[in-house]
Design a binder for this molecule. Structure first.
Ligand SMILES: [Mg+2]
Ligand SMILES: [Zn+2]
Length: 147
């Protein structure tokens, strides 16, 4: 069984479809589940910080991490429930967010240097098949690269 994110999400969607169908009620419940998990994440964070004097520190960082994973998975299941290609929708959205924040286009590919020359980094932004250095050298991923 694949443990990749989207194959697993598709599997969870299929499982819910088989068990619960896909009526309006089930669709709404899948969206409510996101709020439930967000609440659990908030509760775990509060418990980790020991904010409630009556309860003290009741959670660990691992608890918070696990609840955040639940939020991600439940949101992904809802996305996969309404979308024909959730993976592509998510990738496109992530790219937009990254571009807005200025973190896109930091391609990690570089040409292996000769001798002591510095690594020539790719300067191409966004998705691309051909890497290009600042001085115009191009290559594809079939050639040697450093990460
Ligand atoms: Mg949870
Ligand atoms: Zn590149």
């Amino acid at each position: 069984m694949s443990t990749g994110l989207w194959p697993t999400i598709r599997g969870l969607c299929d499982w819910l479809d088989r068990e619960n169908g896909r009526g309006d009620h089930e669709m709404a419940m899948r969206f409510l589940k996101i709020a439930e998990e967000a609440g659990e994440a908030a509760a775990a964070y509060i418990g980790w910080r020991g904010q409630n004097p009556r309860k003290g520190v009741s959670h660990t960082r691992a608890d918070v991490e696990a609840e955040l994973c639940d939020v991600i998975v439940t949101a992904a299941v809802s996305l996969a429930t309404i979308s024909d290609d959730p993976e592509a929708v998510f990738a496109a959205k992530l790219e937009k967010i990254a571009a807005r924040a200025g973190v896109v286009g930091k391609c990690s590919a570089g040409l292996l240097p000769l001798g002591n020359a510095p690594v020539e980094r790719c300067v191409t932004q966004g998705r691309h098949d051909i890497h290009t250095t600042a001085n115009g050298q191009t290559w594809t991923n079939v050639h040697a690269e450093v990460q």
